[in-house]
Design a protein around this ligand. Structure first.
Ligand SMILES: O=C(O)CCC(=O)C(=O)O
Ligand SMILES: [Fe+2]
Length: 447
């Protein structure tokens, strides 16, 4: 497993000197005219991505600084932001006393609930993500190129660790050059962000009927051990199958139920937000047929069968079901470029994003890259909700995973040897569980 990178904040360390040498070499022929053309979003990405000098985070809102119980976390790796980098309003959570939800007047629909998930639940979500989610029938980035074992990559890795025997190689998919014409040829590495048309009720039928070529298996992939492949895991699909090549959902492959651990956290978070403080009755523009935020508290995440059987106390005919998403596994140098999640027909329902493991800088912009994005420091256990017509279709991205920021509650859990591989993996990893709803409440996709 990868060793955590050394801290580059301290000029006396070898890591600092090496980063400085690399920086001077790479900027020798720098062309300022290129920088002048960057959009404000691109400029922010470049700023936070920089390895040397380590970026100044004084413009990054770090809500953990407002919580005394997190002071240890805020020192990790020498990374801490600022408690007043953005104008916000703090409101008490409806269900969970003592916790606060943060709302931003400049970004309607963005909601942050710091430290919403308990350390125990954080560990459970990490286990579920590696052990259960990153495996068949859910697609991962590695499935294109490798015949992953039925038990899943992580479980094969754990077995090899436990048995101490030499690991069985995972074979590449047998590909021939002839195959390449039947596929989209993908570069290995992080997911590619292709611009697509925003889905809507009106164009849903056309988009759903469009053929989608699968990605081509690499011709160069060599057999690899689970230990070598685990750090190359980048994403695992949740729910409806999503086709990354065309940036469309492929409904013909059926729907896989969203893991209950994910659904429960998302539902708890959406129910805890005082939505009438986030949206006002006066601002009903761009909501489509009706502003549905008034119904989220009662209807979000209630399983359909509970409504059919009328075993839920609210008077509901339909629910808002979180039914799709992705688990992102970021290694220390990974980034997620500015993008808009616009493949969901429902453009308002809460998208719930859960941060686990190492901390990250998250950029939240507006409908174009020309608006300077707000920067937030997201730490393990924090929840971000993107909701409403503006926030759900706004540019956002993750330009930086902050090295050496794994909180202490992931370190050697007393008496739990089974946890050790997770702890090692998380030392250089951030896990993000990103759950959405494809169809608006009451919409019949005809599937
Ligand atoms: O990692 C994050 O915090 C955001 C991920 C994201 O935006 C996405 O998966 O679409
Ligand atoms: Fe996104």
């Amino acid at each position: 497993m990868t060793v955590p990178p050394e801290d580059t904040h301290d000029p006396s360390t070898a890591a600092y000197k090496k980063a400085r040498r690399q920086y001077l070499k790479s900027t020798r022929n720098k062309d300022d005219r290129i920088e002048a053309q960057w959009t404000p979003f691109r400029a922010a990405e470049k700023k936070y991505k920089a390895k040397f000098p380590p970026p100044d985070l004084s413009d990054v809102l770090d809500l953990a600084l407002l919580d005394d119980t997190r002071s240890g976390e805020c020192k990790l790796g020498g990374w801490s932001g600022s408690a007043d980098a953005l104008v916000f309003r703090a409101v008490d959570l409806e269900e969970e006393k003592g916790k606060k939800v943060y709302i931003f007047p400049s970004i309607p629909g963005l909601v942050v609930i710091p430290s919403f998930i308990s350390p125990d639940d954080q560990r459970t979500l990490v286990r579920v993500s590696l052990r259960d989610q990153a495996k068949h029938p859910n697609e991962t980035n590695l499935d294109t190129h490798y015949m992953l074992p039925e038990e899943g990559l992580w479980n094969a890795y754990l077995k090899a660790r436990h048995d101490g025997t030499s690991e069985e190689s995972i074979p590449p998919r047998a590909a021939t050059s002839d195959d390449q014409s039947h596929y989209i040829v993908a570069e290995p590495g992080p997911r590619k962000l292709i611009s697509n048309e925003a889905a809507s009720k009106e164009n849903y039928a056309t988009i759903a009927a469009a053929p989608a070529l699968p990605y081509a298996p690499s011709l160069n992939a060599k057999p690899m051990s689970p230990t070598t492949l685990v750090p190359k895991l980048r994403w695992a699909n949740i729910g409806w199958y999503y086709h990354w090549g065309s940036k469309q959902y492929d409904f013909t492959r059926g729907k896989i139920e969203v893991n209950h651990a994910y659904r429960d956290v998302c539902r708890r978070a959406v129910q805890a937000v005082p939505w009438s403080q986030v949206f006002s009755q006066d601002d009903l523009t761009d909501w489509g047929d009706e502003p549905d935020w008034t119904t989220w508290r009662d209807s979000y995440g209630i399983p359909s069968y509970a409504i059919v059987l009328r075993i839920y106390d609210a008077d509901l005919d339909t629910n808002s079901e979180p039914d799709a998403g992705i688990v992102n596994f970021y290694q220390a140098r990974d980034t997620l470029m500015a993008h808009v999640d616009r493949s969901e027909v429902c453009a308002t329902s809460p998208l719930v994003s859960i941060s686990l493991g190492c901390a990250a800088v998250f950029l939240m912009g507006a409908m174009s890259r020309d608006t300077k994005p707000a920067a937030l420091l997201l730490r393990s256990g924090d929840i971000v909700i993107m909701s409403g017509p503006h926030c759900r279709r706004a540019y956002h991205g993750v330009p930086r995973i902050l090295e050496n920021t794994l909180p202490a509650h992931f370190s050697s859990v007393a008496g739990d040897d089974e946890w050790i591989p997770y702890e090692e993996y998380l030392g250089t990893t951030r896990v993000n569980i990103n759950v959405r709803q494809v169809f608006p409440k009451g919409f019949d996709p005809g599937l």
